[in-house]
Ligand binder design. Structure first.
Ligand code: KG4
Ligand code: ZN
Length: 342
């Protein structure tokens, strides 16, 4: 296929069909000229009883979900496959078996329809989820991306010019939520449950150690150990009797660590447009903390809608839209798990 024939500059709308399958959500989205028309997400409940995502089960569930999810995204957007200009998929990072399902599906569609393929970096997409809303940040902006596998501070100079200026040296913020939730006897994924119970608790009731990491990097592995040692010293029944305060105190500590670093990033770069992204940005405490920081320090803050925080194909679609405009297409033999460039 001659990609020049698909040049975005020939007029008409640009319609992208995007697929996200990096972990345990199967999602498809249709986006026309940067506007999201549909975003379907099938969650996989099969992992709950194992306390974490089981890669093999995730791939199988993706295979069952992908056709109905893509169908739903197309029909809800009132879009025929023939009107799609490009097929996008999550290239990396993620679970290899899960990535393969989405990538193979996207490649097959690309081949069958003779439409270009666009491989999208999952973390880049989380950042660009902030460009979905009508009220968008202006470039340059900072983005605190907090997910189950990553914690990063990204300096976004343009949609396709993103630079990681800080990241975790061990666990991600989402892991800190999920691992401490496990210590508190809460099922996976624990982040949303900590959020729920924290609303009823006192965030200052228990104090957990905060790491002293220089620069803009983060560390979260010490928090889990600090919570573990604290719990080991308590009487039986302590967790049940103090679950709200424990969740509130853990959440407060994680948010404090994140907020201190984003404040440092603003001070260092002078950039005062600040976004959050990734699954943990669904956390109500973090959303409030960012807003309050913005009001206090005169930042403009942006928070994606809930459905665009956790893994979703709309963020893949919006990123693919910018890649389409820039003519950044992928070959059919692109490796779905390669360390994709941003
Ligand atoms: O971005 P995401 O959906 O998947 C990855 O790419 O990792 O993030 C998943 C993470 C999980 O650790 C989950 O516990 C966390 O996001 N999470 C939350 C909340 N909702 C999801 N953490 C805290 N509070 C929430 N409300
Ligand atoms: Zn993610």
């Amino acid at each position: 296929m001659n990609l020049n024939e698909q040049s975005p500059f020939r007029g008409g709308g640009v319609t992208i069909l995007a697929i996200e399958s990096s972990c345990d959500e199967t999602s498809a989205s249709v986006c026309v000229d940067g506007k999201i028309l549909s975003n379907f997400i099938a969650n996989q409940t099969v992992h709950e009883k194992y306390g974490g995502v089981v890669p093999e089960l995730a791939s199988r569930a993706h295979m069952q979900n992908i056709v109905p999810v893509v169908d739903a995204a197309l029909s809800s957007a009132n879009c025929q496959l023939s009107s799609v200009n490009a097929i996008a998929f999550t290239q990396a990072p993620g679970l290899i078996g899960s990535l393969l399902v989405g990538a193979q599906f996207a490649k097959s569609l690309s081949l069958a329809l003779d439409k270009p393929l666009i491989a999208v970096h999952h973390m880049q997409a989380h950042v660009l989820a902030n460009l979905i809303a009508d009220e968008k940040p202006s470039f340059p902006f900072l983005c605190l991306t907090v997910s189950g596998g990553h914690t990063q501070i990204v300096l976004a100079n343009a949609p396709l010019d993103l630079k990681v200026i800080g990241e975790t040296i061990d666990d991600a913020a989402g892991e800190a939520f999920d691992k401490t939730a496990k210590l508190l006897g809460l099922p996976y994924p624990g982040g949303p449950l900590i959020d729920k119970y924290a609303k009823l608790g006192d965030p200052l009731k228990f104090k957990f150690a905060e790491p002293q990491i220089p620069g803009l990097n983060f560390s979260f592995s010490g928090l889990k150990t600090s919570v573990l040692y604290f719990l080991q010293k308590q009487e039986e029944g302590f967790i049940q009797n103090n679950i709200n305060d424990l969740c509130a105190s853990v959440q407060y500590t994680i948010i404090n660590i994140l907020m201190k670093k984003i404040k440092k990033a603003v001070d260092q770069t002078g950039v005062k447009e600040v976004c959050i992204a990734g699954g943990v940005s669904a956390n109500s405490g973090l959303r409030t903390a960012l807003q309050e920081m913005g009001e206090k320090h005169g930042w403009k803050t942006f928070i994606p809608k809930f459905e665009y925080c956790t893994d979703n194909a709309a963020m893949i679609a919006i990123t693919a839209y910018y890649k389409y405009l820039a003519g950044e297409f992928s070959e059919l033999d692109v490796n779905p798990s390669a360390r994709a460039e941003w």
